[in-house]
Design a protein around this ligand. Sequence first.
Ligand code: PLP
Length: 386
Amino acid sequence: MSSTLSVSMPAVNNTDRSAIAPLQVPDRLLLGPGPSNADPTVVAAMNHQPIGHLDPAYLQMMDEVQTLLRYAWQTRNPMTFPIAGTGSAAMEATLANTVEPGDKVLVGVKGYFGHRLVDMASRYQADVSTLHKPWGEVFSLSELRQGLETHRPQILALVHAETSTGVCQPLEGVGELCREFDCLLLVDTVTSLGGVPIFLDEWGVDLAYSCSQKGLSCPPGISPFTLSSRAVEKLQQRAAKVPNWYLDATLLAKYWGRDRTYHHTAPVNLTFALREALRLLAEEGLEARWQRHQQTAQKLWTGLADLGLTCHVDAAYRLPTLTTVRVPDGVEAKAVIRQLLTEYNLEIGGGLGELAGKVWRIGLMGHNSQPEKVETLLHALKQVLA
Ligand code: PLP
């Protein structure tokens, strides 16, 4: 047998055939910008054999996920489903489907993820303009009005919860402004969904995306995406096909809609997880969920002040899900992060972009938004900074 094989096949190169140990994953408390710890109930829900992505039981779960995503986002958009990929895939899906070459896209940049929107929109050949605010501040309605007047875009893109700075961009009135200028409103809700009040329909948001690994207490890899009827209209009026096959919402909608036409093999175990995460959200209720996040964050902010530390963002615009804390003079930000991980099994994040080395980022999202976790963190931080 082996001699027959050796005649027809080249010899296998065993250089990379390393004998590694069975998987062991450290048990960390993830209090950084994400991923956050998944709810143990969600992890248990993932731990099943896969089923077929056209199995009637699976199709029912898909319907349930869609319904509960609408609840989580407070939207009635029929075109609401998760994208198989991380938040960036859902972010790209909003742009890939609605931007046509030469379309004017105005991006409000006030942190790292605003820059990512600029990069992505330009890859779809948008004519991109930007408005800028210092990292840690938000846009006022009059600044947005002025931007729309000057640039007359087809799409205004804003990050609701800027994970790099910890600010929450107020969205009340922005949708009306966009309608006045006949423009679609695109909003990044990656660090707000499931932790911060969101009313997509009330606020007139036309395109939104999020992730699973933060406020929804799920592992990463399956990301909510939604289009309003105005956004769907723009999609339907495209002159050419969506230039990204995998993220084409017209094809995805045939699987998520009544046709159930195969597009790609769904990440079924992640759908189990997301369904469970959304079920837990509905069981708790949005109001209670938002209040829990606000109270837990308040406890953190008080504790940080007691340690003599300063939050980077004004209290009026501070996200309850993500707090940026200024690194005191003379302290090496990375060394503290390293010590918290190695000695306390606890992860927090460093600053991104302009804020690198200047802030730490502390996330209290979903399952991790609990007073005991704040106490654990404050205790560890106090020891490390002593
Ligand atoms: N937008 C914001 C505001 C984020 O915080 C992130 C990730 O943290 C993303 C987009 C991209 O999401 P992902 O890393 O899941 O691709």
